[in-house]
Design a protein around this ligand. Structure first.
Ligand code: BTN
Length: 258
C-alpha cells in the first residue's frame, strides 16, 4: 500500500502534491477528487488508490485493474487558463507520465491521440480529464491517470492491445518512484501551461507521437472513416485527411492501421 509520507518525501513541486490522500480501495479516484474539490481541498491535491472498483475511462468506458498492480491517481487542478486551453492538460499529463516512465524504465513511450501512452505499440496508460472543460475560466479540472505497472498478463477482450511496464521491461517497477517522478514532471508542464507556454507542452507531446503521416481509422461514435493523420492542432484537435478534405477531430478514437 501507499503512504502519503512516502510519496511526498523528496517531492519538490510547487502545486502538484500539495496534499496527498492514499486509499486502499475506492470506486474511482476521479470521483473522490471531485468530492474533495467540492469541499475546497487545495489545488494540487493527489488521490491515489491501490484498487478501484468502478474506474472510469474515456467515452463512458470503464477502466479495470487488479489490486496492487497499477498506479491509479487523480490530480485536482484549478487552472487560470482560457476555457479552450483546459483540454491541453491531457497533453501535459501524457508528456509528464511519458517522461517519468522513460526516467524509471529507460524505455521511451509514444503518445497516442488523445490520451494514451504506448510502449511497443501497446497501451499501458490512459488519462481521463473531468471537470469544467470548455465552459468556464474558473473551476476545477480533475486529471485522472491509470498506468499498468506490474501486471504479468493482460485480460482478453480489451479495446486496444495493452501491456504493463513489467511486461515490457521484464522486471517489477517501484510504483512510488514512478508516481513521484510523474508528479514532478506534471508540476513543471502545468507551470508551462499556466505561464502561457502551451506551445512547449504541445511540442513535447508531438515529439513522442508516431501517428503523423500514417493511415488510420477515425471512429466517431461507431461511424468509422479511413483517414491519414496529419498533425496535432494547437487547440488539441487532431487534423486528419479524408482524401478530398481535411477535418480536425475532437471527440473520436483514432487508431493507426499500419
Ligand atoms: C482511458 O484510457 O479511457 C482513460 C482511463 C483513465 C483511468 C484513470 S485510473 C485513475 C483515474 N480514476 C478513474 O476512475 N479513471 C482514471
Amino acid at each position: 500500500m501507499f503512504s502519503a509520507d512516502d510519496i511526498t518525501q523528496g517531492l519538490t513541486t510547487g502545486v502538484v502534491g500539495s496534499r496527498v490522500v492514499c486509499l486502499d480501495s475506492t470506486d474511482s479516484t476521479n470521483l473522490r477528487a471531485r468530492e474533495l474539490a467540492d469541499q475546497g481541498t487545495p489545488e494540487g491535491t493527489v488521490i491515489v488508490a491501490d484498487q478501484q472498483t468502478a474506474g472510469r475511462g474515456r467515452q463512458g468506458r470503464s477502466w479495470r485493474s487488479e489490486p496492487g498492480t497499477s498506479l491509479l491517481f487523480s490530480v485536482l487542478l484549478r487552472p487560470s487558463l482560457p476555457p479552450d486551453q483546459r483540454v491541453l492538460l491531457t497533453f501535459a499529463a501524457a508528456t509528464a507520465v511519458a517522461e517519468a516512465v522513460e526516467r524509471v524504465t529507460r524505455r521511451p513511450p509514444e503518445t497516442k491521440w488523445p490520451n494514451d501512452l504506448l510502449l511497443g505499440g501497446l497501451k499501458f496508460c490512459g488519462i481521463l480529464l473531468e471537470g469544467t472543460l470548455g465552459r468556464a475560466q474558473t473551476g476545477s479540472v480533475i486529471v485522472g491517470i491509470g498506468i499498468n505497472v506490474n501486471q504479468t498478463s493482460m485480460p482478453d477482450g480489451l479495446r486496444l492491445p495493452a501491456t504493463s511496464l513489467r511486461m515490457v521491461t521484464g522486471a517489477p517497477v517501484d510504483r512510488i518512484t514512478l508516481l513521484r517522478s510523474a508528479l514532478g514532471s506534471l508540476d513543471r508542464w502545468y507551470a508551462s501551461l499556466q505561464q502561457g507556454d502551451a506551445g512547449a507542452v504541445l511540442n513535447a507531446w508531438r515529439a513522442r507521437c508516431r501517428m503523423f503521416g500514417r493511415p488510420a481509422v477515425v471512429d466517431q461514435g461507431g461511424r468509422k472513416h479511413p483517414v491519414t493523420v496529419l498533425r496535432l492542432a494547437d487547440d488539441g484537435g487532431l487534423v486528419v485527411d479524408h482524401g478530398s478534405r481535411t477535418e480536425t477531430v475532437y471527440a473520436a478514437d483514432v487508431t493507426t492501421v499500419s
